[in-house]
Design a protein around this ligand. Structure first.
Ligand code: IVH
Length: 703
């Protein structure tokens, strides 16, 4: 029998991969295929067969991975090398003019790149030696989810770069998009299958990217446009030149971007695209105006949230006029009442609108919205559009001011309003059906206890059948009971119990989020867990102590105290604790004993780290965090806007005060290299970064 040598097989595999990368690029990025679909598919199958027979030549960037796999994705949380900032927004040409003038005042003559603001979900791609190694979502800007397996299936993302001259290691950021046509097709399919529809292409893109099965992602037809590049040794000193170069490496870079040298040119670009965008295949919601030159960008620097060298001009939302027929009142899991308007169906931005949000009683009163009125509806990308005004000239003569409900539409309890809150609430937390159900459904969410064997419909079934009345009851469910429910067999009962079992390992901060304490979102739950470390400490905390935790103000502190004052809630927590859920923050990994035995208070706002990150660092290096300055306090790490009382007390007691930078210095260069300098190049003074334009450019911090 004729034997093909290993070398020969490897050569064939490499050649097929190269060809497929190239033809993929021609088809999905350049829109100009050179071979037929049939030839492409044949080549792909040939490679698939060879790879299956020779797993020793596996490659994580092989084009065969575009089809995805059925292996369940778990999304690791990854810290961004450079924070993913957002852009400051404007809707007014006045502010845009100010932006341009501010830049010209500070850096002199300036050239701008105008780009479309793509309306999808942001992604950061890392390439090493020309290969895609990581794709991370924006997350909270500091850390996001590793969605590499899913992004590999997006045909317009190069797995292997073409051409040459790309840096050894760099990041490129952009937007994952769902084209309108794909979105419409997907929703049609979902409607036919009785699945909930996506509200808009942005949600559909974001939802798809978080799919646990990359095979499904591969079929969803996502697209990816890149618009920012960062890394050391970039070939050029300007944004425009680097993006044009990146296009040669195989990236999809918008061909709609434009260099502008004056505010007039920028305005022309905006005016043109404000209407022309309706003819694009992907959604856009504005224009991004960026300073072109990197050195000048660094001169402008950034604020905590966004760069000072770029701005997003948002297009005004489209409006439609239609009649308001009636108002429904929905009760959320926290008892919050949301009025929803029922309208005469009207066409708006490509879809038919029948319902719209009215927000709250105050807004209804403010706009004097009445039943029978002709109202303006706008689509801002939310799940349902909102009513923004009334056409008074068409008001029926017999109309009367709108009467807001005073009792819960579900349980009849008189509604209450909290101070400073615009919404009405039903206070009957323990006996109002949508609230009880809503809390359990919130508890099982992916971001909370992630009990993915259960869905909201099954929760409803379990509730109706009397098997559960709260989250703690989930942990006493038995397979034989579940299997008696309609549409649920033994197999699904097992799945449900398995995912309930798994939830016992979910970390404390997610359990805390899952409890559904009003105003305690995902981030606040993280801060609270890091600050108090145990549920007991949190339950016992006074109002003042709660307010000391990061991001916790009066309103949140009040809500937390109220939650724990409720005997029913305490009982549920005790039962969850007995069921084995995590009610303590996991111990931190020890890095050094540089701060061993030191009592440290951290106060104020910081620029490199969040307060909780600083506290974590202190613990990692052996220090002990204290919430208040006391006689035994050794160090006060003082940030900006520190409370005056703390400062005075520290001064009186002679406590050593150090800045964030001094702490970093104290802990050695290690953390500086890892976390700080790279993330903060923007803040270097201009003279520290005069980069000769002709040489390769270090563009360490994002842009
Ligand atoms: S630049 C430092 N360029 O808008 C800012 N962003 O609010 C880096 N976006 O999260 C972003 N099109 O998801 C940039 N041409 C474009 C964009 C764009 C859409 C999104 C992006 C970002 C958000 C900023």
């Amino acid at each position: 029998m004729y034997m093909v040598s290993q070398n020969e097989i490897e050569r064939q595999i490499c050649e097929l991969r190269q060809k497929l990368h190239l033809h993929n690029h021609k088809y999905y990025v350049e829109n100009s295929p050179e071979i037929s679909d049939f030839e492409f598919d044949a080549m792909m199958r040939q490679l698939q067969d060879l790879e299956a027979a020779h797993p020793e030549f596996a490659d994580p960037t092989s084009p065969t991975l575009r089809v995805g796999s059925d292996i369940t994705n778990t999304f690791q949380s990854v810290k961004h090398r450079f924070a993913m900032q957002s852009l400051s927004n404007t809707y007014s040409s006045e502010e845009l003019r100010e932006f341009v003038e501010r830049i010209e005042r500070e850096v002199g003559e300036a050239e701008f790149v105008c780009e479309l603001k793509f309306d999808g979900t942001a992604i950061s791609l890392t390439y090493e030696k020309g290969q895609l190694v990581r794709a991370v979502t924006r997350g909270d800007g500091v850390q996001g989810d590793d969605v590499t397996a899913n992004v590999r299936t997006i045909r317009s993302v190069p797995l292997q770069l073409l051409g040459e001259g790309y840096p050894e290691l760099f990041e490129i950021r952009g937007e994952i998009l769902m084209p309108y046509a794909t979105f419409d097709r997907l929703n049609l399919e979902r409607e036919a299958a009785g699945e909930p529809l996506f509200a808009n292409p942005r949600n559909a893109a974001a939802g798809t990217l978080k799919q646990q099965n990359s095979h499904i992602v591969a079929q969803r037809g996502l697209d990816c446009t890149l618009y920012q590049i960062a890394g050391d040794n970039l070939p050029f000193a300007t944004h425009w030149e680097n993006l044009c170069e990146a296009r040669k490496w195989g990236f999809k870079i918008s061909d709609k971007m434009q260099l502008c040298n004056s505010i007039e040119q920028i305005e022309q670009y905006i005016t043109y695209w404000d209407t022309e965008r309706h003819n694009l295949s992907v959604p856009t919601d504005g224009v991004v105006i960026k300073l072109n030159d990197f050195a000048k960008r660094r001169q402008m620097g950034t604020t905590a949230k966004s760069p000072r060298w770029a701005v997003a001009y948002k297009f005004k939302a489209e409006q439609a006029l239609t009649r308001l027929n009636s108002v429904d009142f929905q009760v959320g899991r926290t008892g919050a009442i949301t009025p929803v308007a029922n309208l005469d169906p009207v066409q708006l931005a490509g879809t038919t609108v029948r319902r719209a949000s009215l927000h709250n009683a105050e807004q209804i009163a403010l706009l004097d919205i009445r039943l029978g009125d002709m109202v303006y509806v706008e689509k801002g990308g939310e799940i349902i559009p909102k009513i923004t005004g009334v056409e008074l000239s068409q008001r029926p003569t017999d109309s009367r001011p709108f009467q807001y409900i005073e009792q819960c539409p579900e349980c009849g309890t008189p509604l209450v309003r909290f101070e400073g809150e615009a919404k009405h609430y039903c206070p009957n937390q323990n006996h109002c059906r949508p609230q009880i159900l809503g809390r359990i459904i919130h508890f099982i969410r992916r971001k909370a206890l992630n009990i993915d064997g259960l869905g909201s419909e099954t929760v409803e079934l379990l509730f109706e059948s009397g098997m559960i009345a709260n989250a703690a009851d989930l942990y006493s469910l038995r397979a034989m009971d579940i299997a008696t429910l309609p549409r649920l067999g033994e197999k699904s009962a097992e799945n449900i119990l398995h995912s309930i079992e798994q939830s016992r390992n979910v970390p404390f901060h997610r359990v805390l989020f899952g409890l559904g304490i009003r105003f305690v979102g995902e981030t606040t739950a993280k801060y609270l867990a890091a600050h108090f470390r145990t549920i007991d400490a949190l339950m016992e905390a006074s109002h003042e102590e709660l307010c000391e935790a990061e991001e916790v103000g009066e309103k949140i502190a009040y809500s937390i105290r109220e939650y724990f004052a409720d005997e029913g809630n305490r009982q549920i927590i005790e039962r969850l604790r007995s069921a084995g859920l995590q009610f303590e923050q996991q111990n931190v990994e020890q890095q050094s004993d540089l701060l061993s035995g030191k009592n440290i208070v951290v106060s104020g706002k910081f620029s490199h780290f969040s307060r909780e990150e600083i506290k974590a660092l202190i613990e990692q290096h052996g220090g002990r965090n204290q919430s208040a300055v006391a006689a035994n306090t050794d160090i006060l790490v003082a940030g900006e806007n520190m409370g005056p009382a703390k400062l005075q007390k520290a001064q009186k007691l002679g406590v050593k005060m150090i800045s964030e930078e001094e702490l970093i210095e104290l802990l050695g260069n290690k953390i500086i290299e890892q976390n700080v300098v790279k993330a903060d190049d923007d803040k270097l003074p201009p003279q520290a970064e005069q980069t000769p334009k002709t040489e390769s450019v270090t563009q360490g911090s994002l842009f």
